[in-house]
Design a protein around this ligand. Structure first.
Ligand code: 5GP
Ligand code: MG
Ligand code: MG
Length: 191
């Protein structure tokens, strides 16, 4: 438990073993990310388009969009990766595509976590064929030890150990997305 924060009282408190990143640390890092990425696009002639990859990145997107110091528009995409439930294969199917054309626009993919990087690598290739003016990636979390395909994000919120985490959008069997912090599940929740 690197932040030394006790698991807060409240929902799920007896299902979470430890806090990896507490709410205050998350929020202040997201403010920094919004300022840093905002500065990079300060001269953009049109609002940048943030693409949220559902569902995991939805909570991060909503805080990041407000922390960003330049105007943005938000778009949502849902993809499903073929393969077993614990590892992604890099073969991806689009479940929900963008509603709009991104040609000639500055586009930023907003990700919850880069694990193997396979899904993101596929997405980047797919979106680049639509001729955006620029295409970059912002991710809240990254597991450096798990990365198979280098995704070269503009910014990473936090590098974390190669362990399964939940909260702040990230789920285990659709649960725990509604936690305000990133934590590790109690091992008994897996069995
Ligand atoms: P990748 O293609 O990079 O291996 O897959 C990334 C996706 O796997 C993420 O968007 C996320 O949905 C899921 N994922 C990877 N690591 C974790 C984790 O530690 N916890 C949770 N809840 N999901 C994860
Ligand atoms: Mg994701
Ligand atoms: Mg998931």
């Amino acid at each position: 438990d690197p932040t030394g924060t006790p698991v807060p009282d409240g929902k799920y408190s007896d299902e979470i073993e430890s806090v990896l990143i507490d709410e205050e640390t998350l929020q202040s890092r997201i403010d920094e990310m919004g300022a840093e990425i905002g500065a990079r696009y300060a001269d953009a002639e049109a609002p940048i388009i943030l693409i949220c990859v559902l569902k995991g990145a939805a909570i991060f997107l909503s805080d990041f969009a407000r922390a960003l110091t330049v105007p943005c528009e938000t778009e949502f995409m849902a993809v499903s990766s073929y393969g077993d439930s614990t590892s992604s294969s890099g073969v991806v199917r689009i479940l929900k595509d963008l509603d709009r054309d991104i040609a000639d626009r500055h586009v930023v993919i907003v990700e919850d976590i880069i694990d193997s990087g396979l899904t993101l690598s596929w997405l980047r290739k797919n979106l680049s064929t639509r001729q955006p003016k620029s295409l970059e990636v912002v991710t809240l979390l990254r597991k450096p030890e798990a990365v198979k395909v280098e995704a070269k994000p503009l910014i990473v919120g936090f590098d974390i150990p190669n362990e399964f985490v939940v909260g702040y959008g990230l789920d285990f069997a659709e649960r725990y997305r509604d936690l305000s912090y990133i934590g590790k599940l109690h091992p008994r929740m897996y069995s």
